[in-house]
Design a protein around this ligand. Structure first.
Ligand SMILES: [Fe+2]
Ligand SMILES: [Fe+2]
Length: 274
């Protein structure tokens, strides 16, 4: 086991976008996603920083990269190709890389039926079953949870009963600081963001009830809200909740990635711009 302090780079909400070449692919929820992207969100993203981010990674040795979903906008094949290439480019710099899906990666029922996320990301999938527990290079447990479910109109996620059941066994038995990662945050509101009902995680209160059972520090990492946010649990301050902003958000919208170091049992977090 490696004894150097654990370092994690957290990136999220990459949102690679392509307008469908086949117009028939617009006849579902995708039409809403494309219009919203073209009219609103497109101007907030700056993908020209991708190369700079990959260059920045060169300075990190012995680091884990964690990608917490929303690799695409409408789960189109062309978007997954762009996302896969970017993720492969990160892995080429020989980082252990872990990835989970976001709601935009399950955007249409067709994408889910065709298992598009699972097909494109097949070499990064560790298990079909969540929660997935991984022992990182210093022995820190990384617990990946699946919080995405198909929705026709809303962007709500869910943590299902089976995962909660497993987490009820895992969390109280932890004997060292651990990282839990899901696409959706547990808290609906912090001082940095406010999630409307249609964007919240269903059963978030049950997930929090499980997390507060911990006797060791837990860092819960998420994306989805497109804001940087760092807060402690009100009941159990051993739990820290982190949301990172979209990696490709422009400077004006404070995009970037978080660098997490675990030293002497404490998680230190730094937000970096690209
Ligand atoms: Fe997102
Ligand atoms: Fe999301």
């Amino acid at each position: 086991m490696d004894t150097t302090p654990l370092k994690i780079i957290h990136i999220t909400d990459l949102h690679f976008f392509e307008f469908p070449k086949n117009i028939l692919k617009l006849f579902n929820k995708r039409i809403l996603g494309c219009l919203n992207w073209e009219w609103n969100r497109k101007k907030w993203f700056d993908f020209s920083t991708a190369k700079r981010f990959l260059n920045q990674l060169e300075q990190y040795k012995n680091t884990v990269v964690l990608v917490s979903g929303d690799l695409t906008v409408t789960a189109l094949e062309e978007e997954f190709l762009l996302a896969k290439k970017f993720i492969d480019d990160i892995r080429k710099r020989s980082f252990p890389l872990y990835v989970i899906p976001g709601n935009h990666d399950y955007y249409t029922f067709e994408a889910i039926r065709k298992k598009r996320y699972e097909t494109f990301l097949s070499e990064y999938l560790l298990s079909e079953k969540y929660p997935t527990v991984i022992s990182l290079y210093d022995g820190t447990p990384l617990i990946l949870i699946h919080t995405v479910k198909p929705n026709f109109l809303s962007s709500r996620g869910v943590i299902d009963k089976d995962q909660l059941h497993r987490l009820r066994e895992i969390i109280p038995s932890l004997d060292k600081p651990a990282v839990v990662c899901g696409h959706y945050p547990v808290l609906h509101h912090t001082k940095e963001y406010h999630s409307s009902y249609s964007r919240q995680l269903k059963n978030a209160h049950l997930l929090r009830e499980v997390l507060v059972q911990t006797k060791v520090p837990i860092l819960y990492i998420a994306g989805h809200v497109h804001h940087y946010s760092l807060s402690k649990d009100e009941t159990n301050p051993l739990i820290t909740y982190l949301c990172s902003p979209p990696l490709f958000y422009s400077k004006v919208r404070n995009g970037g990635f978080c660098e997490i170091t675990l030293e002497n049992g404490n998680f230190n977090i730094k937000l970096n711009s690209v």
